[in-house]
Design a protein around this ligand. Structure first.
Ligand code: KG4
Ligand code: ZN
Length: 343
């Protein structure tokens, strides 16, 4: 791309159960369309086969609407950024194949985006006429989603290093699986968040499972929670109904204390002026509050993304692509979707 030409990037996200497309022009967001898949709610989790089928139905109308909302013709696009991974392979394949076909038809370059890096890049989404302060480099980012839990050292937009991560489940799964055991809907994270508002955070106690230095184990915590629930239900079969607010508040508070405690350990070793939150669980109200308290305690500026850019969206894929386009980090048509990808 020549430097005087406008950059107009179409972003495509299809890594899990949201089909999304976005357009950014010279780094400014023009549109961001997301089609959620309600079909999974009845199963208490994402069913991969149903997810890829729904992506196939949604991708054309979602991309079409994103272009229309942005008032951009497909022939004006300068590049296509898509999520290559990590995620569900069948879901990723839909976005990847669509992006490749469109790039071939329009003869424009392709940018293969790492989904977790894009969650961090969500902090740099610029909206027209909305002033915001970006995190200063280097910063530490706690990246928390349904598939990942990581503490990332971000030196530059495309220079990141994972300092700690979960050794098994992600924190989003710890929310969702606990919710399933309590008969809540899917995804349970936002439901637990809401129910917890009226509960006592110290009514029920849990312990912190041990993992590596800055690592987490949420599978251990989930098992602890399920054992606790079974034990209490033996004493009172109405336990969940009677105590739902207190259970949610205590469990949520524990998950968040665990997240924050490792982040604080890292902060004591890796000094920086800015810390940030990213990923779907970054929408959690208690986590947003606690990370701000942590930042204040250590004299750091704290950045939490807008709610719409926490959970999966294509605006973050497009901005990630924008950073890659500047460095001419294009890929070619031989690229394939990848369920697992290192940072
Ligand atoms: O980033 P995301 O949309 O998809 C993945 O890349 O995984 O994250 C989805 C996760 C789900 O586990 C969902 O329960 C969780 O984010 N989540 C929340 C909240 N909103 C979404 N967890 C706790 N509190 C919330 N308010
Ligand atoms: Zn995600």
């Amino acid at each position: 791309m020549d430097n005087n030409k406008d950059s107009i990037i179409l972003g495509i996200e299809s890594s899990c159960d949201d089909t999304s497309a976005a357009v950014i022009k010279n780094g400014v967001l023009l549109s961001n369309v997301i089609a959620n898949q309600d079909v999974h709610q009845q199963y208490g989790g994402v069913v991969p086969e149903l997810a890829s089928r729904a992506h196939q139905e949604n991708i054309v109308p979602v991309v079409d609407t994103a272009l229309k909302n942005a008032n951009i013709k497909s022939t004006e696009l300068t590049a296509i950024a898509f999520t290559r991974g990590p995620g569900l392979l069948g879901s990723l394949l839909v976005g990847t194949s669509f992006a490749k076909s469109l790039s071939l038809a329009l003869t424009i370059p392709l940018l293969d985006v790492h989904h977790m890096k894009a969650h961090i890049h969500a902090h740099f989404i610029k909206e027209k006429e909305i002033e915001k302060t970006n995190p200063n480099f280097p910063f530490l980012c706690l990246t928390v989603s349904g598939g990942h839990t990581q503490i990332v050292w971000v030196e530059a937009p495309l220079k990141m290093k994972v300092l700690g991560s979960t050794i098994d489940d992600a924190v989003g799964e710890a929310f969702d699986k606990a919710g399933k055991a309590m008969g809540l809907g899917y995804p349970a994270g936002p439901i637990i968040d809401k129910l917890a508002q009226k509960g006592d955070v110290s009514k029920y106690q849990f312990t912190f499972p041990k993992a590596g230095k800055y690592d987490y184990s949420f599978s251990g915590l989930k098992t602890q929670f399920l054992n606790f629930l079974n034990k209490e239900k033996q004493k009172n079969n109405q336990f969940v109904e009677d105590e739902i607010h207190h259970i949610c508040a205590s469990y949520q508070s524990h998950l968040i204390k665990y997240l924050i405690s490792n982040l604080e350990k890292v902060m004591l070793k890796h000094s920086c002026n800015d810390i940030a939150l990213a990923g779907g669980v970054a929408a959690n109200s208690e986590l947003r509050k606690q990370i701000k308290i942590l930042g204040k305690k250590h004299n750091c500026k704290t950045h939490v993304p807008n709610f719409e850019y926490c959970t999966d969206n294509a605006a973050m894929i497009a901005i990630s692509g924008y950073f890659m386009e500047k460095e001419k980090l294009f890929t070619d048509l031989s690229v394939s979707a990848s369920a697992r990808m290192n940072m």
